[in-house]
Design a protein around this ligand. Sequence first.
Ligand code: SF4
Length: 578
Amino acid sequence: MNSSSADRMIRIDMNDQSVKIEPFPEAWELLAGRALSARILLEECDPTCNPLGPDNVFILAPGFLAGTSAPTSGRISVGAKSPLTGGIKEANAGGNSGQDLMKLGFRVVIVRGEPADSERRYAIDIDAEGVRIIPADEHRGKWNYALIDDLKETYSANASFVSIGPAGEQRLSGASVACTDKEQERHPARHAGRGGLGAVMGSKGIKYFAIDAGKLPTRKPADAKAFTAMSKQYTKEFISGPGLEPFPKWGTSVIVSEANSIDTFPYKNRTAGSSPDVETLDGMRIVESFEKRGGRMHACMTGCVVKCSNMVNDSKGNYKTSALEFETLTLLGSNCAIASWEDVADLDRLCDEIGVDTIETGAAIGIYMDSGDLEWGDAEGAKRVLREIAEGTEIGRALGNGAAATGRKQKHHRVGVLKGQAFPAWDPRPLKAAGVTYCTSAMGADHTAGLVVEPGQPIEEIAQASQEAQILNTVLDAVGFCQFLMPNIEEMSQFYSHFLGEEVTREALADQGWQCMQEEWQFNSLAGFGPEDDEMPDCMKQDAIGDAKFVWDIPQEIVKRVYERFEPRDELFQQRPA
Ligand code: SF4
């Protein structure tokens, strides 16, 4: 790699609060983000370990192009064995922390161990001077926004932060890892949400990382001329491309009405695929509010040209939350029959404050409502029980531990999870190839593992469609591009090649994605996963949705075709993320 001689990695042992800075191994040279996280977990983490114990390994791994001038490319992967699924997990987020780590020359942070006193809190300071572990007991229990407000008093205006809220400190399985965005206020609004990785960070006693790259420049590509030309050309084409216009204008919440029309805007704990509240939850209403209240679309990280993130203000014009995404509007809105996007904005802010995944938590509240202990559509009740997560009450702990835990506590039969993780908005009953991804991905039910939005797809095509989408998403998560830039594998291989100054073919990049998936499957197999963990829950097989009465009816022989690689075809290299 171009800057390999300078590349380093950080090893932290929380047993004795020691830090080592080591050269980045040549063997991992081409790995980054999710691919690097998977390799480290397979090589260095016992798959049978207690996810909340000292043997789990917590990883921060920026994408390969983070810190370069490639557009929209600085995402950071968070990895560990998941307390939610019991398997390998990667979740990634925007914000500037990935770029800042890479500008400092740190390709990965690897944390193991746990402090002897679980009541202690620590912070990790990373800057050009080195890496320091400092006490952070005064921040114990703080919600994410209050924490960052306090840290802004102490750290320079260049610092980015990676933090957990009370849910992570309580080691709840729905806990997220918050990353600050690029705004001067540095809102802790970008979350690596899925899989409870905030709980793993909490189990290490770490309340936050502060990463200060000062005024360090972007990383220099080996073929700077070609790299810059490609970045400019790609940006120009993206900005002028008519098909990509909705995200910069409306954000992901623009998809609400389309999803509703194809029965994948789940309502009342997925008992229906469309919602009568589609108008009031439509993302268009959010953008319309900008005129009177302020608020705007913005980029969550430096160099993002898509700017899909909405910053939402309250009726007095004060900042409330960002970003109010499609998934959040679905799970905390429609899925709970909560009809007002403003209530969902409050719930989103609460989730970000407490540090829980909006998908998992929305699914959990939907189950709580479905079991009869909270009225459908009771937004104030939903806010109340969300606050109870921070308070650590019995129902708060169940909700904070996610959908499956809430289902167990409520003894409720309708629990939409796979490998212990709640389904995202995109429903597997109308979207069969997405369902195959949920069954086979080591990540469990996760649309970012390989979404295919193609209702009515012939059954003989769905396994290959799922596999190709999974390879594409794995590559994206390794390179560090945000999926909303929509690069295909061919384009990503060109960015890679220009950065390295030597050719990385599209085939090689796809092979790396496949290799990563195999390593993730291997980890899960060693952790004890078997074919039964690839089965859809009964509620997906029995409860029909939509006029077409969609159920999950795909035989397992079709599902498991994903595990044998299909001959790569041109579509694999040309397709863009859904
Ligand atoms: S496209 Fe959206 S989510 Fe992705 S980096 Fe840009 S603002 Fe963040």
